[in-house]
Design a protein around this ligand. Structure first.
Ligand code: F6P
Length: 359
């Protein structure tokens, strides 16, 4: 009987449980066992795992978060270990690979973003049998057209924009909504268009306060003394600087962006004289039940990952290409972050509708 393992790594995204459920169902149908490692790679190194059976996956499809737990700090190549009363960082990657053999796992399915899947690739180079499943609300992963979690985040952000509209209109204010997305503006672009934003500021397009102000002033002249601005957390200031909220010790990607929303609101108020307020939507974008689209994408990814694992086709990531589920080897995944191309058709369409990108 085959034994599959599964773990969720990095920041959570709506749909993680739907992948676990799909893998579990395929495994059960094919008479394979499934073991879930708790809290990302940490569970693999510490040997913290459980057999996933029918009762664990019941009711999982609409459930946000991950029943396995996750973390975006513990990297097997730089793993926190207690020595006396001190925490030191050690390369525990050999232990991770060895544990897969000790626990007799034929293939480990890693559901993660670029950080967790880069680790998966390095472990695969050391001999671990791994399949990757791409997730992130940011939609910035190379090698796939879309990650699950993104659609739900866009839905949450659009709902927030609908709510901001009514208060902006009532108070004749400029409301700025800061959204997640790291170094890419996907969530800001899609929800900005869906939520009827007047200005969208994203990391991919440099902007000036004069251009933003021009749009807001022209709306007032047209009898609309309120405006909605969506700004991606990774959007740079007009001077080209990224706004950093925090630096997380021990994290593979220690920078946490945040703060540009309040900065934009202040700049708009100072330049136009219009009262402005900023809202930071934050982790609400990662929470809650996955949208139907994300449930379907996560289910398709999970089914495909389980099939690859059972067929012994290791060292691959499942992917969505032109509406179909396919896979590519870890080596075939382009490096870096998938930002929005300048010529993206939604940017063009938004501009034709009069949405300003501040450029
Ligand atoms: O990658 C997902 C994400 O939510 C980003 O959009 C955001 O910048 C980051 O994670 C926040 O990380 P944390 O949960 O560590 O604050």
């Amino acid at each position: 009987m085959k034994r599959l393992g599964i773990l969720t790594g990095g920041g959570d995204a709506p749909g993680l449980n739907a992948v676990i459920r799909a893998v579990a169902k395929v495994a059960a149908a094919e008479d394979a066992e499934l073991y879930g490692f708790r809290n990302g790679y940490s569970g693999l190194i510490r040997g913290d795992y459980l057999r996933l059976e029918k009762q664990h996956i019941s009711g999982l499809l609409p459930r946000g978060g991950t029943i396995l737990g996750t973390n975006n700090r513990d990297n097997p190549f730089n793993f926190p270990v207690k020595e006396g009363n001190k925490t030191v960082y050690r390369d525990m990657s050999d232990k991770a690979v060895e544990n897969l053999e000790t626990f007799q796992i034929d293939c480990l399915i890693v559901i993660g973003g670029d950080g967790s899947l880069a680790i998966a690739r390095e472990l695969a180079e050391k001999g671990a049998r791994i399949i990757g499943v791409p997730k992130t609300i940011d939609n910035d992963m190379q090698g796939t057209d879309q990650t699950f979690g993104f659609d739900t985040a866009v839905t949450t952000a659009t709902d927030a924009l609908d709510k901001l509209h009514t208060t902006a209109e009532s108070h004749h204010r400029v409301m700025v909504l800061e959204l997640m997305g790291r170094y890419a503006g996907w969530i800001a672009l899609y929800s900005g268009v869906a939520g009827g934003a007047d200005v969208i500021l994203i990391p991919e397009i440099s902007w000036s306060i004069e251009n933003v102000a021009k749009k807001i002033i022209s709306r007032k002249a047209e009898g609309k003394p309120f405006s909605i601005i969506v700004v991606a957390e990774g959007a740079k200031t007009p001077k080209g600087e990224q706004v950093v909220r925090d630096t997380i010790k021990g994290s593979g990607d220690p920078i946490r962006l945040g703060g540009i929303g309040h900065l934009v609101a202040r700049m708009v108020e100072n330049t136009t004289g219009f009262e402005s307020r900023a809202t930071v939507l934050g982790h609400l974008q990662r929470g809650g039940s996955p949208s139907p689209f994300d449930r379907i994408l996560a289910t398709r990814y999970g089914e495909a990952a389980a099939r690859l694992a059972l067929a012994g086709e290791f060292g691959k990531m499942v992917s969505l290409k032109n509406g179909e589920i396919t896979s590519l080897t870890f080596e075939e995944i382009p490096s870096g972050c998938r930002v929005i191309p300048a010529e993206h058709s939604l940017i063009k369409a938004a501009k034709s509708l009069g949405i300003s990108f501040g450029d």
